[in-house]
Design a protein around this ligand. Structure first.
Ligand code: ATP
Length: 267
């Protein structure tokens, strides 16, 4: 099954919330195609529309215009998405009163995965993420990295075709984040998913992605392919070279946002 994503002319406006406040166009006719099994990182300064893009693609926000297709099939405005989606956020969002395993069961109970497969799936992902010994631990007994790993187990357990990740490692210390990036690439290479990953970190984006998309004010400023063979090595100079180009675009996008902010509004 094709799990690619095609986005055409995506426009998202937020109304002004206070009396007399202007509305804001956050996504401005965005076109983007993501291939089946491609790993794409979205980078851009604060407020450029990254989370808004993820919310519209993931169906959390249906109030937009333009076209979004998964595997060539359009998203029904209020219907079921044509692919299975998994999410990972900056905050692991675990249920504190449930053990690690029950947190995963909770998601499985609300999925279409038959109960006969739960044990196999849980064994697989708990072992893949090194959490086998912590299945009966509660979230407060886990470190930040372990909690985020559990959140990854939970997202993967429903066997999503597409994984949306919104700065999932930004709250972790650098060493843990590095390990998580390597683990994520390993899992991705074994399971085959289309991944859309949001980050503020140029090197993280370059290390992970097949392609880095830099957003500026609700549209694509630059798409930078990362043609470095996998498995990748964290200290590969070729990655550093590409990340410099990513950084330069990121900084330019931030400057564009600052200029737009200082520009007097017409009308
Ligand atoms: N529910 C909302 N109502 C009104 N404006 C919103 C809403 N959500 C986001 N915005 C505005 O839309 C713009 C884009 O927000 P968004 O969260 O998509 O940016 P972002 O690129 O993800 O930023 P960050 O990197 O800080 O998370 C911001 O100016 C924000 O204030």
């Amino acid at each position: 099954m094709d799990k690619g994503i095609s986005i055409k002319g995506l426009v998202k406006d937020y109304p002004g919330h206070r009396k007399g406040e202007r509305g804001q166009r956050v996504l401005n006719g965005l076109d983007l195609s993501i291939a089946d099994n491609e790993f794409v990182c979205i980078l851009g300064p604060s407020g450029c529309g990254k989370s808004t893009l993820l919310n519209t693609l993931s169906g959390l926000d249906n109030d937009y215009s333009g076209e979004v297709r998964f595997g060539g099939q359009p998203v029904g405005r209020n219907g079921k998405p044509p692919v299975k989606m998994g999410y990972l956020f900056q905050d692991p969002r675990l249920l504190p009163w449930l053990t690690a395993e029950r947190n995963v069961d909770f998601v499985l109970e609300n999925s279409d995965v038959p109960k006969s497969r739960w044990a196999e799936i849980k064994n697989h992902y708990f072992s893949l993420t090194g959490l086998e010994a912590f299945r009966d631990h509660y979230p407060h007994e886990l470190s930040g990295g372990m909690a985020q790993r559990l959140s990854l187990v939970r997202a993967l357990s429903i066997e999503p075709d597409v994984l949306f990740m919104d700065e999932p490692f930004s709250g972790l210390d650098e060493l843990t984040a590095r390990r998580m990036r390597v683990d994520l690439l390993d899992i991705w290479s074994r399971t085959g998913k289309t991944i859309l990953f949001i980050t503020h970190n140029s090197y993280e984006a370059t290390f992970l992605a097949d392609r880095v998309v830099v957003l500026s004010q609700g549209n694509i400023r630059e798409e930078i392919p990362v043609e470095v063979p996998r498995p990748r090595h964290y200290d590969d100079p070729a990655l550093f070279e590409i990340s410099k180009q990513v950084s330069a675009n990121f900084i330019a996008a931030a400057e564009e946002a600052e200029r737009a902010r200082l520009q007097p509004q017409a009308g």
